[in-house]
Design a protein around this ligand. Structure first.
Ligand SMILES: Cc1cc2nc3c(=O)[nH]c(=O)nc-3n(C[C@H](O)[C@H](O)[C@H](O)COP(=O)(O)OP(=O)(O)OC[C@H]3O[C@@H](n4cnc5c(N)ncnc54)[C@H](O)[C@@H]3O)c2cc1C
Length: 420
């Protein structure tokens, strides 16, 4: 089958790109071994994080490192073997997390985040999926006054520099908003211009249906090889060869294998995470997505139940699940809110696709004509898919992009290595 453009990977990023390109008049084929939105974009916390103007740096202060070292915390766990096999990207991640380097990264990351809600709306309105999106924000709750006050200062900085809106919520107001919390906390930050999605996989599916309604093709097949011959990209799949003039790689956490095959060396690694759904205990209701900020897990109401998501597990993508982090999160969450039975037998496991400098790669592949990259969105790929789709569409059509794409360029690790 031949089309103008092939998009490999039908997660939030690939599907959003496919929508934009098809709407721009290209004939687009979207390829995935699974139905759209069944991998990382399925199992996340479903927050459209307008507040996430700052990516997640490697903890560098001694207190935090000491806390994480015993491998018992809920927010971060690691497997020693993966620390060795991923030593190079992790070392670079550590260096990019140094205060001076990180300060440069924040506004570059924020530029994309600041467009996230508008760009989602530009897709979920025509897709007829607005019922999946709640616009009432989410809460980060605090157990100690010092952590709460420090965090409020950060929230205020985000407001003044990047237009994030929030409210300080003191305990009486929190009890009104969430009467069924079973633990006394000192307060919460309510992110008021962030949104949440009650069925993250369902939203990707809705965008894929919209793509089809525009005339796009979805092919479900495992891709096994990629090559460029005679001015065309050829993708070998279990269902036969697909060819196109342009090709977009949007394979999320599976991107490193494709990059190696194409001869690119980028410092990429994954931060795995888990989820499980629960019934609420009889009579208990949770209204908002809530992060127990000093513990590091999230509880969000979804159509499938109350979804508990864990923090980061530094491990290789295919290693067997390690359920201790989810179990620890569940035990802590049960003290916080009356959770009932688990709804599934087996926890869901996924992997956040991360680059060492905490920014995605979005734009032309610097060593191949007609190849475009869109991966590495880390903790916020669900948030950033539609903004990425718009950026790729504008760049592919040679228009002036709506934001400067320079910070996401694929050659930045070689060009700027010495500037860290
Ligand atoms: C626990 C957890 C919570 C999270 N919470 C949030 C949140 O609240 N908000 C947020 O913005 N982000 C969140 N994230 C991050 C977010 O989920 C990811 O950044 C995002 O889903 C990545 O999207 P993607 O399209 O790049 O990758 P994916 O959704 O993984 O899509 C990549 C696709 O490529 C396909 N693929 C790969 N290789 C092949 C092949 N050989 N042949 C065919 N198909 C192939 C896969 O099948 C897959 O469908 C969270 C992540 C986790 C793990």
């Amino acid at each position: 089958m031949t089309s103008d453009t092939l998009v490999l990977g039908a997660g939030m990023v690939g599907v959003s790109i496919a929508c934009h390109l098809q709407a721009r008049g290209r004939s687009v084929t979207l390829v995935d071994r699974r139905a759209p939105g069944r991998e990382t974009s399925f199992g996340n916390a479903g927050l459209i994080q307008r507040e996430a103007v700052q990516p997640h740096p490697f903890p560098r202060d001694l207190a935090n490192l000491w806390r994480v070292l015993p491998n018992k915390s809920i927010d971060v766990r690691y497997r020693a073997g993966a620390m060795f096999s991923e030593a190079n990207p992790l070392w670079q991640y550590w260096r990019y997390s140094a205060p001076r380097a990180f300060e440069r990264i924040v506004p570059e990351y924020a530029a994309l985040i600041m467009r996230c809600t508008a760009e989602h709306e530009a897709l979920f309105q025509p897709a007829g999926a607005s019922a999946l999106v709640r616009r009432d924000g989410w809460l980060q709750v605090f157990r100690t006054q010092t952590a709460f006050e420090q965090f409020l200062a950060k929230a205020e900085d985000f407001r003044t520099r990047f237009g994030v809106t929030y409210e300080r919520i003191d305990p009486p107001r929190l009890r009104e908003m969430e009467p069924d919390l079973s633990l006394e906390v000192v307060g919460a930050v309510h992110w008021t211009n962030a949104w949440s999605v009650i069925d993250p996989g369902g939203l990707v599916q809705a965008y894929a249906d919209y793509f089809r309604s525009l005339g796009g093709q979805v092919v479900q097949a495992e891709a096994t090889d990629i090559a460029r011959r005679a001015g065309q990209w050829h993708l070998e799949t279990a269902g036969g060869r697909l060819s196109a003039t342009d090709m977009v790689l949007a394979t999320g956490p599976w991107s490193p294998a494709w990059l190696a095959r194409l001869g690119y060396d980028m410092p990429m690694f994954v931060m795995r995470g888990y989820h499980m759904h629960y019934d609420p205990a009889p009579g208990a209701t949770l209204h908002y997505g809530i992060m127990d900020a000093e513990k590091g897990y999230l509880l969000t109401p979804k159509s499938a139940g109350l979804r508990l998501t864990t923090g980061a597990e530094l491990n290789t993508i295919d290693a067997a699940p390690r359920l201790g982090q989810l179990e620890a999160a569940e035990a802590t969450a049960r003290q916080f809110f009356a959770l009932g039975e688990r709804r599934e037998q087996t926890p869901w496991k996924g992997a956040r696709p991360c680059l060492a400098d905490m920014k995605p790669v979005i734009g032309p592949a610097h060593r191949h004509e007609g190849l475009w990259f869109a991966f590495g969105h880390g903790h916020q790929g669900f948030t950033l898919g539609p903004a990425t789709g718009r950026l790729i569409g504008e760049m592919m059509d040679g228009e002036t992009p709506f934001i400067d794409p320079g910070p996401y360029a694929s050659d930045r690790f070689h060009a700027r290595e010495s500037a860290i």
